[in-house]
Design a protein around this ligand. Structure first.
Ligand SMILES: [Zn+2]
Ligand SMILES: [Zn+2]
Length: 428
């Protein structure tokens, strides 16, 4: 369900005495007018000027233990069932009820509900955000700021939060969460990719559109926005990457190590004509665009013991002296197939190996599937290139192209040949 804040505000206002409505309306218009004057000389400023459809993002999953504490910059309302509670400044404590539902504590009052709870800033809060503090046992609670609305439910005994936020406002945080550079053309390319991904992959999860992790796109809320990420989103508003008139399937990663690869080699499945291996080199010669990166070349070791438990845990092959061997490489040089010889034979992909090592030993060890491997001494020695899966846009290469004066359109067409940047006409 995609509700608009304006509609909710109308419902909310109906429930309040006329004097209060008048006062809130007056404050609202004063702030709006002031804001409008404020942006005439500065077209970059406010995130709330964006006008776009909402997306539903599940936030903080796996990080909430006992419950959450919600406050806001300015007054807010807590809506559930037939109740609509106006909260001036108190905190709203929310925990999951035993056997379902939610328990709310607001300024000494306690409520129980089996319905979803919606938390909405009232208009007078202007540019404010809703603040969620994790109610974990901690001297210093960790807080996160969100624009838009929060929908809170009890999901199998755990407090679940969905942030309902206009797409363009969501992107201001995603762009900054995924990338940090002074190079504005690279930032704009990132904004296009983030928007293209969001438009194409909406509804990626069953009950909501996106998670806030890298599975979808990293989204840290309003606290991570920067003036550069807001500018990048604003100056590309509504634009996506298109191929043959359809929204393209896009991927991006940190450092390709010299050449990008096709998604079919990494995850299997479809091939796309605009997602072929691209040499990350300045056309007409010159060094690698991402060559200055500390991830461009790397070395790592994995001891025999580490490898043995890794192979057993991740791939179910348990034998002393199990051997690992590179069998096939893809056209970019990445390891495509590896063979594990133990009590049984197992063939895995290089990407599966990278992910397994990342989960077991940390993501800084085997940074990509573009590596050489030697067995000797106390285990396995690796020499590799790049960071990430290597499909689509290389972030460090894009930053270098921006530095060389390329536009965001040229940067995108370099990594996604045959695509164009255009307005997305349909509904997201
Ligand atoms: Zn996800
Ligand atoms: Zn690169």
């Amino acid at each position: 369900m995609r509700t608009k804040r304006r509609v909710n505000m109308r419902c909310f206002l109906k429930r309040f005495p006329k004097k209060l409505v008048f006062a809130i309306t007056l404050i609202f218009f004063t702030i709006t007018l002031w804001g409008d004057i404020g942006i005439t000389g500065d077209m970059v400023g406010r995130v709330s000027d964006f006008n776009s459809k909402d997306v539903n993002v599940r936030v903080l999953e796996g990080r909430i233990t006992t419950g959450v504490v919600v406050t806001a910059v300015g007054p807010y309302s807590v809506i559930f069932g037939s109740k609509n509670i106006f909260v001036e400044s108190e905190k709203c404590f929310i925990t999951a009820g035993v056997g379902g539902g939610l328990i709310l504590k607001i300024g000494g009052r306690e409520f129980r509900t089996s319905k979803a709870v919606k938390i909405v800033l009232v208009a007078s809060a202007g540019e404010g955000t809703l603040i969620v503090a994790l109610d974990n046992v901690s001297a210093k609670p960790i807080t996160h700021n969100y624009r838009g609305e929060l929908k809170i439910t009890n999901d199998a005994g755990v407090v679940a939060i969905i942030n309902i936020i206009p797409l363009e406002e969501y992107l201001c945080s995603v762009v900054a969460s995924e990338m940090s550079t002074n190079e504005m053309e690279a930032m704009k390319a990132q904004a296009i990719l983030a928007r293209t991904f969001a438009v194409r992959n909406r509804g990626r999860h069953k009950k909501y559109d996106f998670c806030d992790k890298t599975h979808c796109q990293h989204y840290g809320g309003a606290g991570l926005e920067t003036s550069r990420s807001i500018t990048a989103v604003r100056e590309t508003t509504g634009k996506v990457l298109l191929f043959d008139g359809a929204v393209a399937s896009v991927f991006y990663h940190a450092c390709c190590g010299g050449m990008t690869t096709s998604p079919a080699y990494v995850w299997g499945g479809d091939e796309f004509p605009y997602l072929k291996p691209v040499k990350c080199q300045r056309p007409g010669g010159g060094g690698y665009l991402c060559g200055k990166s500390r991830h461009f070349r790397w070395e790592a070791t994995i001891t025999s013991d580490e490898m043995r438990s890794l192979i057993a845990d991740a791939f179910g092959v348990s034998a002393r002296g199990a051997k690992l061997k590179i069998m096939l490489r893809d056209p970019s040089g990445r390891v495509f197939e590896m063979e594990i010889m133990g009590t049984e034979r197992r063939v895995i992909t290089g990407e599966e190996f990278r992910i397994a090592v990342g989960r077991a030993l940390g993501w800084g060890r085997i940074k990509s599937a573009l590596f050489e491997m030697k067995i000797g001494g106390d285990g396995y020695r690796f020499g590799g290139s790049g960071l990430g899966h290597g499909v689509g846009r290389c972030q460090l290469g894009a930053i270098e192209l921006s530095r060389l004066g390329w536009s965001y359109v040229d940067i995108l067409q370099f990594y996604f040949p045959g695509t164009v940047v255009g307005e997305f006409g349909g509904e997201i």
